[in-house]
Design a protein around this ligand. Structure first.
Ligand SMILES: Cc1ncc(COP(=O)(O)O)c(C=O)c1O
Length: 451
């Protein structure tokens, strides 16, 4: 087995990730993290999280204004647990929030206002005022929101960067629902629509307090060169705004470029590809002005920060055959893998098989449907998947589920929200778990449901 803690090359890193995962699954089973009351749990490899955040910082180090190093905010929606946000904050990340709840979580984790960015296409007047009061950066979605801000800014000038979210209208990636830069996307100012560019230029000329530009062209399924083209679009716009400001006798107005998140995650193997460095290098080629020293770079990565670190682990309750198909009924379904269940082609997951003691299963492969506990027929996390034969008491592990899975549960069938445990592996292979979220109790469920 690979040494789970050795620092190594990418291939080695994948083997170590797998080795740590196997140790954590065995320890979780041995330590009774799954039982009849809670036959489902989630694990997060804290070492992988740390290494990923370091890789992000390294990839962008030295880019942008030397006096204002890049600010990497974490998209809270991807992992909305306070201890996770606290860890990321300790590792130097800020927070991208898109609702009052996400802002509250980021604040509870100690993320400073000047390291927080507010997105969302539906900000209320109260949210905008609160952001101005706290000194949080705001990405303004549309002209009506800008008009609301005009009123608030008159009495409280922004202390943090405020800018427009631009939709460069570059087209969809492979997942329509995650493509935010289509011609008719609900996000941002559609830059290629007739008159839009002039409206943006006028908006900045009339409001010297607009000092940032933002784009986020999509999340998963977006080719890197499309993401880079989105950044190039806002850089070009920033240069145009700044040239106009200088020509009018002022200073370059836009000094912050928020380039969003969206680095795709490889759900097909343990390899991290693409890497942050691939994207940073591409940006250096496609949008070199962004890194010339004039702009502060802000990023908003979510999925790529946590996905590889996470496992959802479920006990196999029953197996059966129907119409010639083996069906494995586990406790992980739509309540923790909502996107995979409802849009399986867009969100395929690897499922690893472990035995009743949590050891990797080596049984002969068999084609199986891996089903969840929810009461609808489509509650399957994998269909007709060839993998070692699972039996009652074994375990199914949904891999790469550190972001947008257990942390974003779906309340169907009133299934209890599972616990989320962080883990580290000591030098001798000993696994230590840290609670990141307690499992929901039946009493809490009843109370939350009006009981
Ligand atoms: C504005 C914005 N920024 C960042 C993100 C995070 O994207 P990802 O998790 O793919 O990095 C999202 C995701 O929906 C988003 O809408």
């Amino acid at each position: 087995m690979a040494d789970p803690n050795e620092t190594a090359t990418s291939g080695g890193a994948a083997a170590q990730l797998r080795a740590r995962r196997d140790l954590a699954v065995a320890a979780a089973v041995r330590q009774g993290l799954l039982d009849d009351a809670y036959p489902l749990t989630a694990l997060l490899d804290l070492r992988t999280v740390r290494e990923t955040v370091h890789a992000l910082h390294d990839a962008f180090a030295g880019l942008g204004a030397p006096s204002r190093p890049p600010l990497h905010t974490f998209a809270v929606k991807a992992g909305s647990l306070v201890p996770v946000l606290r860890l990321l904050n300790d590792l130097g990340m800020g927070a991208e929030v898109a609702s009052p709840g996400e802002l509250a979580l980021a604040r509870a984790a100690g993320v400073a206002a000047d390291r927080t960015v507010l997105d969302s296409p539906a900000k209320t007047t109260a949210e905008l005022s609160e952001a101005l009061r706290l000194g949080i950066a705001i990405n303004v979605d549309n002209p009506q929101e800008l008009a609301r801000l005009d009123a608030s800014v008159a009495t409280r000038p922004p202390r943090a960067p405020v800018g427009l979210r631009i939709n460069p209208q570059l087209g969809a990636g492979s997942i329509d629902a995650m493509s935010t830069a289509t011609a008719t996307s609900k996000f941002g100012v559609a830059l290629q629509d007739p008159g839009a560019r002039n409206w943006v230029l006028r908006a900045y000329a009339e409001r010297p307090w607009l000092t940032a530009l933002h784009c986020h062209v999509g999340s998963q399924g977006m080719p890197l060169d499309r993401m880079a083209a989105g950044v190039a679009t806002i850089v070009e716009l920033a240069e145009e705004i700044n040239d106009a400001a200088v020509a009018a006798g002022g200073r370059p107005q836009v000094d912050t470029l928020d380039i969003g998140g969206g680095l795709p995650v490889n759900f097909a193997s343990d390899e991290v590809t693409p890497a942050y460095r691939d994207f940073a290098d591409l940006l250096g080629e496609r949008a070199p002005e962004a890194f010339g020293g004039q702009y502060r770079i802000v990023t908003e990565f979510g999925r790529s920060v946590l996905a590889k670190a996470g496992v959802v682990l479920a006990r196999v309750e029953y197996t059966k055959d129907a119409g010639g198909r083996r069906i494995v009924v586990t406790h992980a379904g739509a309540q923790v893998a909502t996107r995979t269940v409802f849009a399986p082609d867009s969100w395929p997951l690897r499922v690893a098989a472990y035995d009743g003691d949590g050891a990797p299963l080596t049984a002969a492969p068999l084609r199986q449907d891996i089903a969840g506990p929810c009461c609808f027929a489509g509650d399957l996390v994998a269909r007709d998947r060839e993998m070692p034969e699972l039996r009652p008491g074994d375990h199914a592990a949904l891999l790469d589920t550190g972001a947008y899975y257990a942390s974003n549960p779906f309340g169907y069938n009133s299934l209890l929200r599972p616990a989320v445990h962080g883990f580290t592996v000591g030098p001798g292979g000993a696994v230590e778990f840290t609670p990141l979220r307690r499992a929901q109790t039946v009493a809490e469920l009843v109370a939350e449901s009006g009981g």
